[in-house]
Write a protein that binds this ligand. Structure first.
Ligand code: ASP
Ligand code: MG
Length: 440
């Protein structure tokens, strides 16, 4: 059995829901994981914001607008009156539930309950649509088996046990449909796996049932070898190692959520990225092996701040780096890139939320300078150090670009450069021309 995950745009309209249903049916008995229809989760966040601010009129108006969109979808999706009625009843129940919060005080847990309605609605519509075309689908409610533990991490044992039991219970089903993103926490309250978390759900489900493959369906034909918004003539990458995919996912290749990679990798379940608009395209296969000694893709991450700490005290001293890192830890700020020399260290962060106190604390250890509006350019591939010349290829490509930091050797799979925001597009193109076009 496979896990097929469809993102928000793939189920974003009646027509697209029909299209997904067709793809699903062609593929036989699998578990289908759905996101909320595109735009829904954002709107539910908006509604929650209104409720936090006690702007009841704002909340009600936004609820009505969203509800009407769903009614319009129902109208387009179903032709039989009985199906329209069944769908309307389900959708109305969700909206009335959301509306119930316009009457009482609003808390953080209630926001999660509101956010959960998006996936509950998309799966309800898909299930009724499946029935309308004669497919015996069954909803396996994510809230009955996806649970996190006290640390907020998925409880994989629980998920496996509960999901297996549910699949056995509905053994006759022709297709299983389930919600991405939503779950319960260790106390049984409704929660979620963070924004964009449906990929993570798919990966956890795939791991739980030892799926043959996890298919992530979006509206692009796989992971491209560079950012198509800035570079012309990018092409999908046929195959990636899990490690390569993890690097790319973090460095802004939006197609696959970073957390998604881990459960699949640990359980050795291949992940295939496919395009609902062009189902015959090969897409990208992510697995535990991949082409040796080649560069697969280039990605960029914006809004990076580089911090340099220079200190005579670092010379031949030990414990200096620990003290520096502890400051970032205190302010819960992850560090992305690091470069060190004998008398200084540069690090990058992608959030300036706690920058001021961090800088104040760092100043106790030396001279601190910062560079804002930087971009990490990440070159991903099999860069294992015995493969000579690969990092040189990347360096050679960007010899005219001022580079603030270089990071190589942290993993076997990437070399990263920190450049100015205004040099981003040029750098991406130079790398693309030099690495992909010339070597073809
Ligand atoms: N619907 C959720 C979101 O928009 C989860 C997802 O789409 O993966 O963040
Ligand atoms: Mg999404």
């Amino acid at each position: 059995m496979k896990v097929l995950k469809f993102g928000g745009t793939s189920v974003g309209s009646a027509e697209r829901i029909k299209n997904v249903a067709k793809l699903v049916v062609e593929r036989g008995k699998n578990i289908v994981v759905l996101s909320a229809m595109s735009g829904t989760t954002n709107t539910l966040v908006e509604i929650s914001d209104y409720l936090y601010k006690h702007n009841i009129d704002g909340a009600k108006e936004t609820i009505n607008i969203l509800e009407n969109k769903y009614f319009a979808t129902i109208h387009d999706l179903f032709s039989a009156e009985a199906d329209r009625e069944a769908a309307t009843t389900e959708i109305k129940a969700c909206f009335n539930y959301i509306r119930s919060f316009t009457k009482d005080l609003f808390t953080i847990f209630e926001e999660k309950e509101i956010l959960a309605q998006g996936e509950l609605m998309s799966t309800a519509l898909m299930n009724i649509y499946m029935h309308s075309i004669g497919v015996k689908s069954v909803i396996i409610p994510a809230l009955d088996y996806v649970r996190t533990d006290k640390n907020g991490e998925p409880d994989t044992q629980y998920i496996k046990q509960k999901l297996t039991a549910l699949l056995e219970k509905y053994a006759d089903a022709e297709v299983f449909i389930t919600q991405g993103y939503i779950c319960r926490n260790a106390y049984g309250e409704i929660d979620n796996l963070q924004r964009g978390g449906s990929d993570y759900s798919a990966s956890l489900i795939g791991a739980a049932i030892c799926a043959e493959e996890i298919e992530i369906w979006t509206d692009i034909d796989g992971m491209h070898n560079n950012d198509p918004r800035f570079v012309e003539g990018t092409t999908p990458v046929d195959e990636l190692h899990f490690e390569e995919a993890a690097e790319l996912a973090y460095f802004g290749a939006k197609i696959l959520h970073p957390t998604c990679v881990l459960p699949a990798k640990l359980n050795n379940i291949p992940v295939r990225l496919l395009n609902t608009m062009c189902p015959e395209a090969k897409g990208t296969l992510i697995h535990n092996t991949s082409g040796k000694g080649t560069i697969k893709a280039i990605a960029a991450k914006d809004n990076i701040t580089a911090i340099k700490i220079k200190s005579g005290r670092m010379l031949l001293a030990y414990g200096f780096l620990r003290k520096v890192f502890e400051i970032f830890e205190t302010y819960k700020t992850p560090i992305d890139m690091i470069a060190t020399s004998e008398v200084g260290v540069s690090v990058t962060i992608d959030s300036e939320k706690n920058l001021d106190p961090i800088l104040d604390d760092l100043k106790k250890f030396g001279t601190v300078t910062i560079d804002r509006d930087m971009v990490i350019i990440c070159v991903v591939g099999d860069l294992e150090w015995h493969n000579t010349g690969i990092e040189a290829l990347a360096l050679e490509a960007i010899k005219e670009v001022p580079v603030r930091m270089i990071s190589y050797g942290g993993s076997n799979y990437n070399v990263s450069f920190l450049v100015k925001k205004e040099d981003k597009v040029r750098t991406l193109n130079l790398l693309s021309d030099h690495i992909f076009k010339k070597t073809k």
